[in-house]
Write a protein that binds this ligand. Structure first.
Ligand SMILES: [Zn+2]
Ligand SMILES: [Zn+2]
Length: 136
């Protein structure tokens, strides 16, 4: 889907001067990065997002959680992944309780997954160091 939209040189249905990166899984319109919304793991356009009620301000905690999920991978400061897991779970709990906008759910889930990736990398790193010292 991503490659096909980019290869055809398609433009966003709303922003005619911006290249489309995907198509809406609901109405089939081309969407640019700015219009793209994720709903139930599918790409949809801004218009459809409003229709299905997926659009809305994500809470800053959902975004912060995702940043803490990505940052450790880029900086190799892997323990920060634990922050992503904690913040992500807090956000999902708040969404379930109706205290945070549901649009942040995918961000929060992504943060938790990335957080666990960081923790896994950290464990692998420790094991490799132990293996090196054991072999020496
Ligand atoms: Zn659409
Ligand atoms: Zn657009």
């Amino acid at each position: 889907m991503l490659a096909s939209a980019a290869q055809t040189g398609a433009r966003c249905a709303v922003h005619v001067d911006i290249a489309a990166i995907d198509t809406c899984s609901r109405c089939g319109n081309y969407v640019c990065a700015g219009c793209m919304e994720i709903h139930n793991y599918e790409t949809i356009c801004g218009t459809c997002a409003e229709r299905v009620g997926a659009k809305g301000e994500q809470s800053s905690r959902a975004t912060t959680a995702l940043v803490f999920g990505l940052l450790p991978i880029m900086t190799f400061c892997l323990p920060l992944g634990i922050v992503a897991i904690v913040l992500g779970h807090m956000e999902i709990a708040a969404i379930d309780a109706g205290e945070a906008p549901a649009s942040g759910r995918n961000l929060a889930k992504g943060a938790v997954i990335l957080g666990w990736v960081n923790v896994a990398l950290m464990i692998i790193g420790v094991l490799v160091v132990i293996a090196i010292f054991a072999a020496a």
